[in-house]
Design a protein around this ligand. Structure first.
Ligand code: SF4
Length: 382
């Protein structure tokens, strides 16, 4: 790993843990919101085919183009078909994009592809893998960032530079990428089945730029991100950002089809100022099978707040090596099993239980780990 893992984790923990408690104390209504969201997400898990069909119809009704991919290979083919000969691509942070190997696939095809989230961008230039589900470069200290920027972008930056100095260099580099981009690719925090709206939460402004600036916006999302209504999608945004410790978030983005205007005699005309095409690629890749599993289905409730990582002693020692990026750490080990069928990383779980205590979705993570251990042994001994 780049930098010093213990130092990097200690600094992030010192910011995140009290930060989340402060948010929960200050905005007590989040407690009811998380309960309501859990119930809504469970409805989808129990009826995934029904909600997938409804979500795809809603995307289509709003002028967007829905797609369905059974696995990573199909998803890459669909994205290639949409992109055609376009060369300049910008990406918002997406663990699903990493799961299907999208950035590497596009770069190998000779396209100019650039991450726009600061953490993802710094991982990209440092040739590093994510170590946390949302704070993707958690393993990198400020000093490590400084060295990477010095080597790859700007000689005036070094390991003694401040975070604002580094952010200014990245901001200026990305400005040109936004300008040239023909395609913007993002994930989704939630997709509302009733409206086909894609909800995304962020603080940097990069996702807003990626969803609005290029003429074509592609959303790659797991089917687990479908929620029944737009209200549930908003609830997912609230819960995710609160339990990530960044509530209220700087930006909340909802995209419902391509840009449009009704200003000329109330006739709806597409496109207007923003994208002319919005594609939503719903990816299964093991999720629908997991939804049918009475124990593993709980993992699909995860809102990717990342809080369980800071409560886990095993992750504290092994970091991203506990699992396989992007799915490492407590929720990552469950998710690695969902998308690959490999449950072997669960054997390292010590069942300390802190993860379950802090999880806003009340996922019985130690219970799922116990089940995955049993599953792995059964498969290897039958
Ligand atoms: S398992 Fe729970 S605590 Fe961990 S990232 Fe998911 S929602 Fe957050």
């Amino acid at each position: 790993m780049t930098g010093n893992w213990e130092v990097a984790l200690e600094r992030s923990t010192a910011n995140n843990v009290p930060g989340v408690w402060n948010v929960l104390e200050k905005y007590p209504y989040i407690e009811n919101t998380r309960k309501s969201l859990r119930a809504a997400k469970m409805k989808v898990i129990e009826n995934m085919e029904v909600y997938l069909k409804q979500a795809m119809e809603s995307v289509s009704r709003s002028g967007g183009k829905p797609h369905f991919a059974r696995d990573a290979g199909e998803a890459l083919q669909i994205v290639d078909g949409i992109i055609g000969s376009s060369k300049h691509i910008i990406m918002g942070k997406s663990s699903v994009a990493f799961e299907i190997g999208l950035r590497r696939h596009l770069a190998e095809a000779g396209r100019d592809v650039c991450e726009t989230d600061f953490g993802e961008f710094l991982l990209q230039i440092s040739e590093e893998e994510p170590s946390h589900i949302i704070t993707v470069a958690l393993h990198m200290t400020r000093e490590a960032f400084g060295r990477s920027i010095h080597d790859k972008l700007q000689k005036s930056i070094n390991e003694n530079s401040s975070a604002p100095e580094m952010a200014a260099v990245v901001r200026s580099f990305l400005a040109d990428k936004y300008q040239k981009a023909e395609i913007g690719i993002t994930g989704a925090n939630a997709v509302a089945a009733d409206t086909g709206s894609v909800a995304l939460v962020e603080n940097e402004g990069n996702i807003r730029m990626t969803t609005v600036k290029p003429p074509i916006h592609i959303v790659v999302t797991g089917v687990d991100k479908i929620v029944p209504t737009m209200q549930d999608a908003f609830n997912e945004i609230m819960v995710q950002s609160a339990y990530a410790g960044s509530y209220p978030p700087t930006y909340i983005n909802f995209t419902t089809g391509p840009s449009s205007t009704g200003d000329i005699e109330s006739e709806i005309v597409r496109p207007a100022t923003g994208p002319k095409e919005v594609h939503v690629v719903f990816i299964d890749n093991g999720r629908m099978e997991a939804a049918r599993d009475p124990v593993l289905r709980q993992s699909l409730l995860c809102v990717r707040c990342g809080r369980c990582y800071f409560a886990c002693p095993v992750y504290g020692i092994l970091g991203k090596d506990w699992g396989k990026p992007p799915y490492s750490g407590p929720t990552g080990v469950m998710w690695h099993s969902v998308v690959t069928g490999d449950s072997s990383f669960a054997h390292l779980c010590t069942h300390s239980g802190g993860c379950m205590e802090v999880c806003p979705m009340d996922i019985d993570i130690p219970g799922v780990m116990e089940y995955l251990k049993w599953k792995d042994i059964r498969e290897k001994t039958k």
